[in-house]
Design a protein around this ligand. Sequence first.
Ligand SMILES: Nc1ncnc2c1ncn2[C@@H]1O[C@H](COP(=O)(O)OP(=O)(O)OP(=O)(O)O)[C@@H](O)[C@H]1O
Length: 386
Amino acid sequence: MISIEAVSKRYPDGTVAVDGLSLEVPDRSITVLVGPSGCGKTTTLRMINRMIELTGGRILIDGEDIQHKPVNALRRSMGYVIQNAGLFQHRTIADNIGTVPRMLGWSKAKARERSMELMERVGLDTSMAKRYPYQLSGGQQQRVGVARALAADPPVLLMDEPFSAVDPVVRRGLQEELLRIQEELGKTIVFVTHDIDEAIRVGDMIAVLRTGGRLAQYAPPDQLLSTPADAAVEDFLGADRGIRGLSFFGTDALTVDPGGIVASDATAQQVSSRATEGLGHLLVVGVDGRPLGWADAARLRESGAAAAGPKGGPAQLLPHGQAFRHGEDSLRVALDCAVLSPTGWAVAVDGEGRAVGVVSQEQIAAAIRAAHSQRGTAPVDVGAAR
Ligand SMILES: Nc1ncnc2c1ncn2[C@@H]1O[C@H](COP(=O)(O)OP(=O)(O)OP(=O)(O)O)[C@@H](O)[C@H]1O
């Protein structure tokens, strides 16, 4: 555990970048420092590996004051990733990744083997090992930066705006890759960003700093979204915070109605027995159980034909839209499916994509209220959501 205790940094010109900051960074989790430009995020991060020396307070790692540790040993226990990767341009990708192992005296062959292993781990084709950084895309260079930081297997990873220089799609991919790697390796990561959405996506804990390097709030992302400490944090979180917070609620407790589903080869009698209260449509599924589309229930019954028969064939079906995976996707995804559905009802599927039931926007809203009251968080007025 990294304990930041009443830490301050006053630069020689008198600028107070960090002021009495206290944080407990839990082991094997991602702690994000987020806040507006100039609020002291980078300064805080660099005080952890002593690239910047603190001027007040203390930082402990597993109970040991970092001031009492030799700087080299301290830095070897911490990988460091920066924006634009900061790769050595005149060295190959394999050599970049193998920098620290070589410094530690590993043989060339062993360092190379480690580089290859790490390239695979961060999702890079090992055929790129002999290339130079300029021959890689920005996103690929960032992956090399992460691989390089992991090379000597340090328990701590410090990441300073590591994905800020790439476009949003690549950035999303890198965030997902980081979460996957973290699941495998379980490092203690301190991650700096000014992007609150990135903080919410990758953080187990989020420290929101305000200008002057003071802590505004320290909480897990769902708690931050549901109960911001004050108006400034609320403002920083931005619009849609209620809707975004739904990402942290699962759909396992959401009841879906299988009665609204009819097979495409159903008999007229079977069709007449299917119905869901309040829904004027039936979800037609193929022989494999996957949704084909919505059929008007009354017309289907009148036609007396099977759902996908000549009169009520697929051409008559409304698109079923996006489905959510019941028990796997979040309430946010379920609500989104319902909002985008032509019937206003969302389709729930199992892991194989087979329809398991349908659920209305109102039922999802009720599940949201129930989930909030169970957690004791502020209720979200879905009707008024932007
Ligand atoms: N060497 C320095 N001397 C004086 N002031 C500095 C120095 N380095 C940083 N500062 C100031 O300290 C404050 C915090 O800077 P820091 O780089 O930690 O902020 P940040 O939150 O990481 O910002 P950004 O998101 O823009 O990178 C800023 O006001 C900055 O101008």
